[in-house]
Write a protein of this length. Sequence first.
Length: 322
Amino acid sequence: MTIIARRGALGALAVALAAPRIAAAQSNTIRIVVPFAPGGSTDAVARLVTPGLTQRLGATVVVENRSGAAGSIGADAVAKARPDGQTWLLTFDSHATISALLRNPPFDLMKDLDPVMLIGGSPYSIATKADKPFRDMAAVVAAAKAKPDGVSYGSTGNGTIGHLTMILLCERAGIKMTHVPYRSGGLAVNDAVAGTVDMMIGSSALLLPHINGGTLRPLLQFGPERLSGLPNTQTSTEAGFPGLIAEAWWGVFAPHGTPAPMVARMNAALRETLQEDRVKRVMLETQQARLVMSSPEEFARFFAAEVAKWSQVVRASGIQPD
């Protein structure tokens, strides 16, 4: 047996032994707090895994949307919750920018929440209403150069990775565009479909249903290679922006001090749920996601790197919260 296999076996044994005590400590309801309004990809992922978690955790699992302040309101509620396994945070990539974005964050980003699992990620994409004149990013760049700030784009909020990616894109292209932040992906995509903004940046997961439905036209995606769901859409590298890679991601956190057996049990329940045929198919095909299903330790390392990378962009750009 390999070292990894032995560790996995020991971890599974620990979870199994701890399960009765955990179940006894929990009420009949477990909250998954999503710090964004309904309709976005984070909310969709949370609701996708809820039935499987309910089955595996032996309690009713409910999604609670608590949006605002770049996701910090919902995250703060979880940070201040009792570490008893009844409250969890399922959040988006903007979580990594909270400490740089807010002058006085209500909680310590690195200390008050414990990583549980990096679920996976989906490359960011840019899409426009189907009847807009833009056929590709070259047309967008030309229009923005002809009329600085005359082209608008929506995002899921100030300081989200999508917003920061657009800042870097504009810097690379030598253009200025008007940013319109929204409180959720659902609200942003509604205005993109309506044509209120010229385009929007969001996870491929969020945009793909509207692209497939014909209401949005894809212009660019920020993955390292073309997506199966967007085979004719250029990557940022192909469009002349090499190295500008940006992936939306979803992760689960627990209040700091949540006992390790409880964290391990949630991690295991998430992993089993995400491996269900239906759930996995939705994540891979509908959400265009790269499933990671990490350990808490792997997520901690990934998250620290994301905080360092994107906080630098926030501070350099002087972005203010919504």
